[in-house]
Design a protein around this ligand. Structure first.
Ligand code: CDP
Length: 421
């Protein structure tokens, strides 16, 4: 079953949370829960029942007899309090202030958080508020913290009020936001604050579309990362149990970053096997023909495979490899190019020399002998070498001959590793 995420968006008033969350929910076909509306509903209920916020007994009774319903629709949620539509009433200034006052009360928060967790327990939900990423769903799949300077936020609220025909000055709105920011972030229980693992989004100079696109992009990348790590973890398990994997010089894996990983190539599984043992994500090259299969196309893109057209110089692929390395990622390249090759290609030398990247030779053994490994006669072995530092070849001139020599040296180093098995 496809995993449906919990997405938490926190931040101060008018930072763009609800507009963004609404559009995201529509795009992702998720439910959108505006938790602020729930505290607003509590505030309104206490006002209608004339409850003193210091009277805990009365508040408890109110919470026990209060039913908040959220009806989801593409145009926005409708909020009902004991069956009555309160969607517009709760946006008025007196309720805005009251919501922040009632939200500091422990029993109120407990009740609301319980309901919010219940709504989000199966995922497929985007929840906005002040404490979603810190208290309600500390394990949310994605956490965002939206901010914007107070002048921008006040102007946004003022325009909203003006459009609704309300008469309120910009100055009063700004004062109210500043008061609420302070009240929400200095309270003892679940104060407004950015979760450590939340991504901050400053919307001061962003359009709504830019906000939505930014978040969608993060989710898309995160989704890929989750798939990548799931594939690697599953594969690693099989490599250990079925192939009886042995990694020689495992400690060297930790320092594999922003380099070219160079390995021998004997089986179609080699890139997968090597990728699965390396901590973090790396990039790979594969023949473009593989991407013709729709299923493979999807899968390969999720695991950072760059298609390469064979038989000629693929300028597009070269550009992508350059970009990947320049961005600080690592990429695996087989100096021999293909499995059946009899000679070393100059490509790896060209990338290393031109971009001055370290090279990490790796030797893989027995990846073709599945049954022998399975029956305990052999084992899959992967040997990690010390890195070849870019300093060691930085003096070389940028010539084809030097690319070829460097590539041959790398291949020699890889093959020497067999002696360490
Ligand atoms: O729409 P705006 O961002 O101005 O406010 P809201 O999200 O409707 O929230 C109204 C008030 O409810 C906030 O000022 C907070 O005091 C409180 N609140 C909270 O304490 N915890 C939440 N998860 C959501 C809102």
């Amino acid at each position: 079953m496809r995993k449906r995420f919990v997405i938490a968006i926190d931040g101060p008033g008018a930072s763009g949370k609800s507009t963004t969350a609404k559009l995201l929910a529509k795009k992702m076909k998720y439910i959108y829960i505006d938790t602020g509306a729930m505290y607003r509903a509590c505030g309104l209920c206490s006002l209608e029942k004339n409850i003193d916020l210091k009277d805990m007994k009365a508040l408890e009774k109110m919470l026990d007899n209060m039913e908040i319903q959220i009806k989801y629709s593409q145009t926005g949620n409708q909020i009902f309090l004991n069956g009555k539509d309160i969607s517009s009433r709760i946006r008025e200034a007196d309720i805005t202030k009251l919501s922040s006052e009632i939200a500091v009360i422990d029993i109120v928060r407990k009740k609301m958080v319980e309901q919010q967790r219940q709504i989000g327990k199966d995922g497929g939900v985007i929840m906005d508020g002040r404490d979603i990423g810190t208290v309600v769903f500390p394990n949310a799949d994605f956490k965002f913290f939206m901010i914007a300077d107070v002048e921008t936020r006040a102007l946004r609220r003022w325009k909203e009020a003006k459009d609704k025909g309300e008469k309120i000055s910009l100055n009063d709105i700004e004062k109210e936001l500043v008061w609420r920011d302070r009240n929400d972030s200095t309270r003892d229980i679940a104060p407004l604050k950015q979760a450590e693992d939340a991504i901050a989004v400053d919307t001061s100079d962003m359009t709504i579309q830019e906000q939505v696109d930014f978040i969608l992009n993060v989710i898309k990348k995160g989704k890929r990362r989750k798939i990548y790590s799931f594939i690697c973890t599953t594969l690693y398990f099989f490599m250990r149990v079925v192939w009886r994997l042995e990694i020689i010089h495992k400690e060297r894996l930790e320092s594999i970053e922003n380099c070219i990983i160079a390995a021998n190539h004997i089986s179609a599984f080699d890139p997968l096997f090597i990728g699965a043992i390396i901590p973090g994500e790396i990039y790979y090259l594969a023949k473009a023909e593989l991407f013709k299969n729709k299923l493979l196309d999807k899968l390969l893109k999720h695991v950072n495979v760059i298609p390469v057209k064979r038989g000629r110089i693929d300028k597009g692929a070269i550009r992508v490899v350059n970009e990947v390395l320049q961005k600080g990622h690592s990429i695996m390249i087989f100096p021999e190019g293909t499995r059946k090759a009899t000679s070393v290609k100059a490509g790896i030398g060209k990338f290393a020399l031109q971009l001055q990247k370290d090279i990490r030779p790796i030797f893989i053994k027995n990846s073709v002998d599945f049954w022998k490994c399975f029956f305990g006669k052999k084992r899959l072995q992967i040997i990690i070498a010390e890195k070849i530092k870019a300093e060691s070849f930085s003096h070389l001139e940028d010539t084809k001959e030097n690319y070829r020599n460097l590539a041959s040296n790398v291949m020699k180093k890889i093959l020497e590793l067999e002696n360490e098995c």
